[in-house]
Write a protein that binds this ligand. Structure first.
Ligand code: UDP
Ligand code: MG
Length: 132
């Protein structure tokens, strides 16, 4: 997962990481870094050509992100994380979720979470090659 620059700039790193910790997930790796344009365009390749890509890349390159690899006890850590995040649009994300409680308007929805185990493996390889 990635705590996006809006989350870091607003001082919400502790609040958000605490939610994953309280859920019982474990941190395998954590790193604070500013993502560059080429890395972001590869990360968001599925959204190439969509109208929200440029504002999204602008947000994501605006300052440091907190990247983390999370581990859970079973096969569905990706689903557990996505449930904690809530819906993509923070304006309509359910209360109790990170995006629903802390976010207001796209593209700033605080956290990226991998959307499948295969995507998670590819994103871990991209952002934490030493873990490979
Ligand atoms: N996004 C946006 N407008 C949209 C859809 C998405 O600004 O209409 C941004 C938002 O920050 C989102 C990211 O693009 O997290 C990637 O979109 P995706 O559909 O993959 O949502 P996610 O998997 O992050 O829930
Ligand atoms: Mg996505």
């Amino acid at each position: 997962m990635i705590l996006k620059p809006d989350a870091v700039a607003r001082g919400l790193v502790g609040e958000i990481l605490a939610r994953f910790e309280r859920k019982g997930l474990s941190f395998v790796a954590v790193d604070l870094r500013t993502l560059d344009d080429a890395t972001l365009r590869a990360h968001y390749a599925e959204h190439a050509g969509k109208p929200f890509l440029e504002p999204l890349v602008a947000l994501m390159s605006s300052g440091p992100s907190l990247l983390a690899v999370l581990e859970g006890p079973g096969e569905d850590t990706v689903g557990i994380v996505r449930n904690l995040l809530g819906a993509t649009d923070p304006a309509s994300a359910a209360p109790g979720t990170i995006r629903g409680d802390l976010g207001l308007a796209l593209p700033a929805n605080l956290v990226h979470g991998s959307d499948s185990p295969a995507t998670a493996a590819a994103e871990i390889a991209r952002f934490f090659p030493a873990l490979g």
